[in-house]
Design a protein around this ligand. Structure first.
Ligand code: DAH
Length: 350
């Protein structure tokens, strides 16, 4: 047969094969057979090179035309095979529950985060702004400007982690630092709450941890009184634990407040009837509070040029509560260590 006849035959055979290929695999073997590097087309092109001069141009032209046609036909067949393979309807029953090992576990917010979120929401409703301060502090913010001078015995009750290799850096032992930071940078009036982590080298047991969280509050305005403090805290505690909760102040001492008090509320677990969580007393402690000591305003004024916190014009109240304590009371948790262990069995239970 002549070269031209062979080319025509290749066209017919290959077009038929591409059209007949039922799936991608059959199509690929047809492509290799006709258009592959060792396929029929290649072989015929080779023969054109050696063909007599009189038929060469015609054969070359025909070969190019057929090659183009076959490539186009292959492309179309390939598109058809691809579509045939794509699933046309639902694969299995998509409403069927997955076997346990394939199920995604849905995460939840940590109990501490939930407590912070709730208390932030309550204070927000009372007009307080939420702010934050740094965990790594200096002595001035953690002690001096809070009216705790270096030789003051109260320093002992705020045992502190100092950062080695530095002269003045420490991990804050109380969020009261944020009171100073806020007053340094903003003029009165102020109404802020600052939740955050604090650090103390305590011996660790069911009620003590070397790191825990506090929420600090500060309200500075004209004529702020102890009654404002008690009213605000009563609203807060009722928002967190329920409207029936009662609060009481016990006299206390903090260097940065005068007078100072310790705030208790009726035990949210037994509602004041006495249980192991409140050690049968019916009351639980939430933290400290009091009227801002004028010495703190004066310390802040030393870092401000405008003397904005003039104690004869402004007064304020402050408070600082342990967040773990509140979360423990809310959920009846009896061991503070649970919060840091990340034991999923505990976290799922709450
Ligand atoms: N910073 C105190 C502590 O960690 C708690 C505290 C007491 C904060 C009285 C206050 C306050 O703002 O007024 O023990």
């Amino acid at each position: 047969m002549s070269l031209l006849d062979d080319l025509e035959q290749l066209r017919t055979e290959a077009l038929t094969a591409f059209a007949a290929a039922g799936d991608a695999k059959a199509l690929e073997s047809a492509r290799i057979k006709y258009l592959g590097t060792k396929g029929r087309m290649k072989e015929l092109l080779g023969r054109i090179g050696k063909a007599p001069a009189d038929i060469k141009p015609q054969a070359g032209k025909l070969a190019n035309q057929i090659k183009g046609e076959l490539e186009a036909a292959f492309g179309e067949a390939q598109a058809r095979a691809g579509k045939a393979q794509a699933p046309s309807g639902p694969v299995g029953d998509i409403t069927e529950p997955l076997p346990p090992e394939k199920r995604h576990t849905i995460g939840k917010r940590h109990p501490l985060t939930r407590t912070v979120d709730s208390l932030v929401e309550i204070f927000h409703a009372l007009g307080f702004e939420v702010v934050e301060g740094p965990d790594v502090e200096d002595q001035r913010h953690n002690f001096d400007d809070l009216n705790i001078p270096a030789d003051h015995p109260a320093r002992d009750s705020f045992d502190t982690f100092f950062l080695s290799g530095t002269t003045d850096a420490l991990l804050r032992s109380q969020t009261s630092t944020v009171q100073v930071r806020m007053m340094e940078t903003r003029p009165p009036p102020l109404r802020i709450v600052a939740p955050g982590r604090v650090y103390r080298p305590d011996a660790i047991d069911a009620t003590h941890s070397s790191t825990f969280h506090q929420v600090e509050g500060l309200y500075v305005d004209r004529n702020v009184s102890m009654a404002d403090l008690k009213g605000t805290l009563k609203l807060f505690v009722c928002g967190l634990f329920g409207a029936d909760t009662k609060v009481r102040f016990r006299p206390s001492f903090f260097p940065f407040t005068e007078p100072s008090a310790e705030l208790d509320c009726t035990c949210p677990v037994c509602l004041g009837r006495a249980c192991p969580v409140c050690k049968q007393s019916g009351w639980v402690e939430l933290g400290g509070c009091g009227m801002v000591d004028p010495a703190v305003f004066e310390a802040v004024n030393r870092t401000r040029e405008d003397n904005a916190y003039d104690p004869s014009l402004w007064s304020g109240f402050a408070f600082g509560f342990g967040i773990e304590r509140m979360a423990m009371r809310r959920h009846g948790i009896t061991d503070i260590r649970r919060f840091l262990e990340n034991d999923l069995r505990f976290l799922r239970q709450i």
